[in-house]
Ligand binder design. Sequence first.
Ligand SMILES: Nc1ccn([C@@H]2O[C@H](COP(=O)(O)OP(=O)(O)OP(=O)(O)O)[C@@H](O)[C@H]2O)c(=O)n1
Ligand SMILES: C[C@](O)(CO)[C@H](O)COP(=O)(O)O
Length: 244
Amino acid sequence: MGTFDEMTTLAILTAAGSGSRLGRDLPKALVELDGFPLVLHAARRLAASGVVDSLVVTAPHGLAGVMTDLLAGDPHVLVPVEVTSGGPTRQASVAAGLAHASPGDDVVLVHDAARPLVPAELVRRVVTAVRAGHGAVVPGLPVTDTVKQVSPDGDAELVVGTPDRSALRAVQTPQGFARDLLVRAHRTGAARAAAEHLAATDDAGLVEALGEPVHMVAGDATAFKITTERDLWLASLVLQETIA
Ligand SMILES: Nc1ccn([C@@H]2O[C@H](COP(=O)(O)OP(=O)(O)OP(=O)(O)O)[C@@H](O)[C@H]2O)c(=O)n1
Ligand SMILES: C[C@](O)(CO)[C@H](O)COP(=O)(O)O
């Protein structure tokens, strides 16, 4: 591993999801925002951070060629890009991307194409924390709603608890890891997913399951996730505001 400034960072950009909650007739990462696909927005912002040295993008089944044409030819994505086919779950897609990491990649970031407006400053904050020695780093924001825990109750739900909101954070991407730790977490996570048929919703969760610490840095509201049509509309407003 090199010194702080010499550490090399690979970013895995997850883009293999179908976008069922968005409900378009093409995968979410290829849906356009301001004339460009979400995956391209995200890749440009990762590249613009100045702390990402290469990208591996997970593509939906049968669309690796389309993704390659889109990203490799883009004048704003000035880092080497590899495209690989994703898996049936986000966890499986990250694992497929991670298989492309090499021993020279000290830091691995995992970022969702579904968070196309991630600010470069947030990417730098996460990478800096990993470079400083934290094996796993996630960005998070305070929760503003009161959150209830529920359990099924016939065809309704019963509230069983109200966790202390001050101790809760909504977690974003990019999440950053020392490569060896992420590889170990995914190896163990894959075995558990196979046994329990339950994939993790984020990568830090796999590290937590190993009993290893996960450090949190401040998130950024602009890195919000596009899940529904309303999110896409909000993202176009944010972009207009930024350009104006
Ligand atoms: N098998 C999968 C599923 C998801 N993702 C990626 O993981 C990110 C977060 O997933 P999500 O927002 O849930 O995207 P989708 O799975 O596409 O959405 P939906 O759940 O609505 O189908 C997205 O960038 C998505 O492309 C992936 O690479 N491989
Ligand atoms: C990784 C993530 O973006 C952190 O908030 C989130 O868990 C992805 O969830 P999704 O249901 O796959 O969108």
